[in-house]
Structure formats: structure tokens, C-alpha cells
Design a binder for this molecule. Sequence first.
Ligand SMILES: [Zn+2]
Length: 372
Amino acid sequence: MFRRIKGQEQPVELLSKAIENDRIAQAYLFHGCDGIGKFMSALYFGMAVNCVAINQLKPCGICPSCHKFLNLEHPDFVYIFPTPNLELSLDGEIKKAEARKQYEEYLQNKIKSPWQEFFFKESTEIRKENISYLAKRLELSIHEAKYRIVIIENADLMNQATANAFLKTLEEPPPNTIIMLITERLQMILPTILSRTQPIFFRPLTRRVIEDILIDQFEIGETTAKTAAKISAGNLKTAIRIASESDSIIRNWAFDILDKADKQDDLGFGTLMDKYKEQQKKDQISDLLKYVRILAADITELVMNPESDITNVDRLEYLQNTANNSKLSEDKLYDFLLFLEDLNRKIQGNANLGLVMINLYIKLKNLLHGKA
Ligand SMILES: [Zn+2]
């Protein structure tokens, strides 16, 4: 099953070798950006060391032990992640009904569609009570596993007091227990914690790997997969979201804006703002900017060389026409990309989104028609 983790050959090899040579560390720190397989690698590693299959590649994914891990309900598995205040009892029971409901929904989402973000209603962190509960669990003996497995996701979201409490656990880990910390922000992990773990770096996935996953596992068409992979910056979660959800709408929106800018149809742009009024939230506009960036890059490439291998191959003829009418150059494209980055920063910083859209339209119009 380890082979299911695509594009992370190095970490997978390292973990497999650790099992093979019986040199398993007590604590690991899996780091690298979001959406690249850190959690799955941690879970599969926990499964592999406990898998009871004979004569099979481990983890097998079907033996009783693997099965319990895949359902996140193995009695020797402790899974900790940032939550709102759950009002945990000392036995790890969630007292607040609403919090328990959300907690269970989180787990179900993690089991069924781990690529989908789950948002709690309240703000979340790794809480001291979770760490106290962990310490208590580790004092008890192991039920049935060979190794007890602890996964702490977003381990950077611990405040100082919680991190210090956790450090105590990490300093004297019980035998046959593997603790795996996961983080996107290595720099936020306390050096004292860092020094007691074996760090394993996960790289962003290559475009090719993301394209293949989208096509093979999610049955997404080649063009969409290609675009989504390009936009995702190596993050599979982003790629899946773009490819499956708002993809076609936001992509169409980008093409529509391009069209109005190309025709210098200001009134038409006004009607677009109305047509896409449901697609004007922060994240959507941020995605839109990414599409516009790729469209501008495609057009520039076609200006340079009509035989270019562009991203939006399905709209080649249209883009070629736009390219023929435009006065785009690489220099101008570069300025435009900087402008888009700046615009994106403004969006993240709560700029007026209506103004952002108008700026985008004007700049795009100038880009295609040769003004500064
Ligand atoms: Zn198994």
C-alpha cells in the first residue's frame, strides 16, 4: 500500500528501510507543505509496523490491524489534531455534544475524503488537555499492537505551555511507541522538540504526479487535470478542489474576463460582475487570478511561438486569435505577473474585492492592447 503514496519515493524508501533494518525511531517529524501525503505516509507507516499479513507487502490494508487503522479506530492509535475546546474528560471523552458531533464529522471526512479540508466552527489548536490525555494513554499498557502509534497533525499549533507539556512526553517515551508529528511550518516547531525527532522532508508533488493522480484516481479529464496541476503548486488538495469543484465556473469566468478585456468592452465587464456575483469570495478570486495568470502566459507563449505547448489546449484556436491581435511580450507578461502577485496579497489583506476586480480588468485590457 505504500506504493499508493505517489511522488514521495524518498520518505517512503526511508521508512521502509527503517522497518526492514529494524531501526525504527521513537519520534518522527514529517514536514513539507500541505496536500502532499504526510498524513497518509504516517498512517501507512503505523499500519506497516503492525500489519499481521504473511507473505505480503506491508501494510496489506486488509488484515484486522490495517483495517482498524484505516478506520482510525485502532485501540493503540492516538490521533491528535487541532480542535476547538472539546472539554475532554480525563478518559478522553468529549463532554460537549456539539463539539463531539464536529469531532466525529472531522474523523469521517478524514477517512472518506482526506483531500477535503474540514473546518471546525470555532478556532482550533492542539490543546493542553489533548496532551495530558496522551500522556495518560501512554502510561497504560498496549492493547494488541506491536507498536503503539501516535500521530499529531499540525503539531506547530501548540502554544508554549502545551509544547512544554508535550516535551515531557517526548523526553521519556514509553517503549514500543512511535510518535509522528506532522507540520507544514517547520520553523514553528520548538528546537527542543525538533532535536528529539527524526525529521523527514516531503517535497511538493511534481505536476506530472498530480496530473496522473487526477486522471487515474479521480477520473478527471486531461485538460482540466493539466490546468489544475499547474495551478496547484504541488499541493494535491488544491489540485483536486480546483479540478472538481468550482473549476469550470472559475475557468469560464477567467475566459470571459479575457474576452471583455480583449474587446475593450467595459459595459460587458460590468455584466460579468453580476453574472459571477456568487463567485466573488476571497478564495475564488484568488483562484481566478491563478487562471488569469495561466491564460496570460499561454497567450504570451503563442505570441512567441505558435507551436507552443500551452496549458489550455482545448481553447487553442481562441487563444491563438487573441495572441494574434495582442501586443504581448515577455517583459509585459513579467510585469503583469508581478501585478497579479501584488493583487493576491491585497486580497489576503482584506482589500475591497470589487476594486480588485476592476483593477484586474483594466490591467488585462492594457496588457492586451499595448498600454502601460
Ligand atoms: Zn495488514
